[in-house]
Design a protein around this ligand. Structure first.
Ligand code: DHE
Length: 550
């Protein structure tokens, strides 16, 4: 298995050190062994198990193992949860899940985790999870580094390149972000950002690119210098998946919001310097009536409204959508909209008025009217919808927003314009082959194609290809295999600014690559490979990201 970087290790060691008080725990001072629920681990194994869990499992099963997209992994089932505790599954049961994955979207870890790691996890998952320590304003402030103060930054671009067509590409395992000139396809720079960077977002002006990673670190990149440069860094927590900027008129490039997975909190920063302004924990009651109080209420996707000064923050485990007004960033007003569990990823419809987000434990898509801060509809779609930010297309059925599904082979087309069928699924499509594992879809207003991946499908013949559909006929146009010399799983799409090229990442294989297709001919235009292309994942075109074009 890939080694954690130094920071990752320090972090997980810190987390593991905060092991919870456990009544069933017996310590043997001689060999420092923890014996619990019939299994034994040394302190060293506990730390290694925490590291593996944090790196590979926490995203789906929750940092405290209470479950989210995936089931809980607690030794004993919480009240009301009829899924077995890990002590009921035992070593053999846990091993079967880890090695084979599940049809519900859990990947098979055999071949990714070593035998020693799998064996360790069968024991680690049977003891109580470590407690996550707080990460408040003092710690956030201490982590803040203003590398280039605003006064020392250029006031105009120091080059003649077209920043609008720059691409930020995540090299996940290297903890780096590459900035590529989309016009010339030149790599401008590869910057060390943070452990397992997850997404990038661009400022409203398009000048700055912000990354956020599984280490909770935000990195701010300035595109005005000849070579894009890191100008500020800060940590908003131990673990995160999202970051977004203020985009409303008058607030361009002013504020930035961070969505914490661990601890679960919303942190607002000055978007020019990354100076922290406020921290708001997201803990609270769950949406579905039982008044369950959820401490680990992680912040999943975030989008910025173009029509009012708010961010839409999706509180995963609670199933509520927080509309965060940033006009007073030190004391943000938050309006909570009860929706469905567990909120994950989503994006705008083509008008930018409605936000659609997957509730992947309910198999539904939630629609929010952003200017009016209201729930419009909760739409059943399929097993574990996973749209990324979704895709918007237009044809005789109307304006359609599309989600793919992790848990089954299904693309669902939701009509978004007024008239008969609005906010219902008006069409469903299957990609070739069986099983789900779809992670992302993408289109562009200038294109007649809809692109779909099968990244988490266990079959290598399916997870290495991408399917392209015609947006008018909704028929499959072509299944594109990994080009010669490229190996791995295909993941995530991004168009260039003109909408005539599609960039696809190949990761988790022996020959990582970014493959650029001509969107009209579906022919490979260029393959970007090299030592610096290491497990590329998300790609973000500056213009499309700033303007929410997908
Ligand atoms: Fe992601 C988006 C969470 C696994 C690549 N991912 C998101 C978002 C969330 C999220 C909440 C939405 C951010 C937004 O729009 O504001 N992702 C999680 C997880 O919790 C999960 C399931 C497990 C984990 O441990 O992280 C997970 N994600 C993955 C992957 O395995 C992927 C394929 C590669 C990786 O980074 O490890 C991956 N996620 C992405 C990408 C996006 C994303 C590329 C941005 C899509 C976009 O177009 O906006």
């Amino acid at each position: 298995m890939k080694k954690l970087n130094l920071f990752g290790l320090v972090l997980v060691v810190a987390l593991a050190t905060f092991s919870c008080k456990n009544t069933k725990e017996e310590k043997n001072p001689k060999n420092d062994k923890i014996t619990e629920n019939g299994v034994a681990l040394t302190q060293k194994e506990m730390k290694q198990g925490s590291a593996i869990f944090f790196d590979r499992c926490a995203g789906c099963h929750g940092s405290s193992r209470k479950g989210a997209t995936g089931p809980h992994l607690l030794p004993i089932s919480p009240k009301g949860d009829n899924r077995p505790g890990t002590t009921v599954l035992g070593v053999a049961g846990i091993r079967a899940f880890i090695e084979n994955g599940t049809p519900g979207g859990m990947p098979e870890w055999r071949g990714i985790l070593s035998e020693q790691e799998i064996e360790l996890m069968t024991r680690f998952l049977q003891v109580d999870p470590p407690i996550v320590p707080p990460f408040g304003m003092d710690k956030i402030n201490k982590s803040w580094k203003l590398i280039v103060p605003v006064a020392e930054r250029p006031t105009t671009p120091q080059h003649n390149r077209n920043i609008d067509n720059y691409f930020g590409v995540i090299m996940r395992d290297a903890g780096k972000v590459a900035i590529i000139d989309g016009d010339t396809k030149e790599k401008l720079v590869v910057l060390k950002t943070g452990f397992a960077v997850h997404i990038l977002r661009t400022s409203a002006s398009g000048r700055y690119i912000y990354s956020v990673g599984r280490d909770g670190k935000i990195t701010m990149i300035d595109t005005y210098p000849k070579i894009p440069t890191i100008v500020a860094e800060v940590k908003g927590g131990f673990d995160a998946r999202s970051v977004e900027v203020s985009k409303y008129k008058g607030y361009e490039d002013k504020y930035l919001v961070f969505g914490g997975y661990s601890p679960a909190q919303i942190v607002i920063f000055d978007a020019q310097t990354l100076e922290p302004l406020s921290v708001t924990p997201t803990a609270g009651n769950a949406v579905d009536g039982d008044k369950e109080y959820i401490k680990e209420a992680r912040v999943a996707s975030i989008v910025a409204s173009h029509s009012n000064p708010v961010w839409i923050c999706n509180i995963k485990e609670r199933g509520v959508v927080d509309i965060v007004n940033y006009t007073d960033p030190k004391n943000p007003k938050i309006t909570e909209i009860p929706a469905a569990r567990f909120l994950h990823d989503g994006g705008f419809d083509s008008t930018g008025r409605y936000f659609l987000v997957a509730a992947n434990a309910s198999n539904e898509v939630v629609v929010i009217d952003v200017p009016n801060e209201k729930l419009v509809k909760i739409i059943p779609t399929g097993i574990k919808p996973h749209p990324g930010r979704g895709a918007n297309i237009k044809n005789k059925l109307g304006n359609l927003w599309i989600t793919s599904h992790l848990g089954e082979n299904k693309l669902s087309f939701i009509k978004t314009n007024p008239g008969k069928g609005q906010w219902t699924v008006v069409k469903e499509l299957k990609a070739p082959g069986i099983g789900g594992g779809e992670l992302f879809v993408k289109s562009h207003p200038k294109s007649h194609h809809l692109w779909c991946d099968r990244t988490l499908n266990p079959d290598p013949k399916l997870n290495s290809v991408v399917d392209v559909f015609d947006t008018n006929t909704l028929k499959l146009v072509k299944t594109l295999p990994a080009p010669k010399g490229v190996d791995g799983r295909a993941v995530h799409f991004e168009y260039n600014k003109a909408g005539d090229e599609v960039w696809v990442s190949y990761f988790m294989g022996k020959k990582s690559a970014i493959v650029i297709y001509n969107d009209k001919t579906l022919k490979v235009k260029q393959i970007i490979q090299g030592d610096w292309v290491q497990n590329p994942t998300g790609k973000f075109n500056v213009y499309n990201t700033t303007h929410d074009i997908y």
